[in-house]
Design a protein around this ligand. Structure first.
Ligand code: AMP
Ligand code: MG
Length: 225
């Protein structure tokens, strides 16, 4: 494991390119978001995503949020996107609001082109809950390092960079050494600013349902529900 300092305001493009290369090869990178530090993998690489579950000791039933760098990626991952989603995105993105959608049934060629036969699209396996309705949780973080990394590497499946059940880290010094030893690279941009996980809103039901109240509260969402 290697810890590299990176500016939260002006991320060094060489460091980002190196981190993106690690992600593309199926590695794991700890990176900052505005809420907490995330443990990121290529969202379309099942083997890489599986490593996240193993390292964290995370129950397989608990799917991962997919982090994206531009709003239009919603339509690659999700289908039947309701109009309220566009309004929510306009108001709260980039920012600590995760939206749950019906997942696309098949990944478009754009995404499939990146895959080889040893890698199965994780859409089916890991970033969705097991069960009848296939959904995908999506968020666009408000952090220049996170956005630059996603732009360079593609969508990242990322939970918080802690062992399951522990407190999510807001500084690299909060992350346990045992976890750090098992990742390929750590991008250290100092303390995160929001320090509370994202609010998760399910848009597959009507009215939308708050699954987790985090950095954005119920009152702020009220007129959208
Ligand atoms: P964490 O990664 O620990 O911050 O947790 C992410 C939260 O988002 C958990 O509460 C998950 O259950 C929820 N989540 C992630 N993906 C989905 C999904 N596809 N459908 C519903 N909830 C999800
Ligand atoms: Mg968590």
């Amino acid at each position: 494991m290697k810890i590299v300092k990176i500016s939260a305001q002006r991320p060094d493009s060489k460091v980002i390119a190196h981190a993106a290369e690690i992600i593309r090869r199926g590695g794991l990178v700890v990176f900052p978001t505005e809420t907490v530090y995330g443990l990121g993998a290529d969202a379309f690489n099942a083997r890489a995503v599986r490593k996240i579950f193993k390292i964290k000791g995370r129950p397989e039933k608990k799917p991962l949020i997919v982090h994206i760098s531009k709003k239009s990626t919603i339509d690659i991952l999700a289908r039947d996107v309701p109009s309220v989603a566009r309004a929510l995105v306009r108001k709260f993105w980039s920012g600590p609001l995760t939206l749950v959608f019906h997942a696309q049934k098949a990944l478009p060629d754009l995404v499939l082109g990146k895959l080889n036969s040893s890698i199965v699209p994780s859409m089916e396996l890991f970033i969705q809950p097991k069960g009848r309705v296939k959904t995908v949780a999506v968020r666009m973080p408000a952090h220049k390092v996170a956005l630059a990394l996603i732009r360079a590497a593609g969508p990242l499946a990322a939970p918080s960079a802690n062992f399951s059940g522990e407190k999510p880290p807001t500084r690299v010094s909060d992350i346990s050494r045992a976890l750090l030893r098992r990742v390929d690279l750590v991008l250290d941009a100092g303390s995160t600013s929001v320090r509370v996980p994202s609010t998760v809103l399910d848009l597959t039901v009507s009215p939308p349902k708050i699954l987790r109240e985090g950095a954005i509260n119920k009152k702020q969402l009220k007129k959208f529900l």
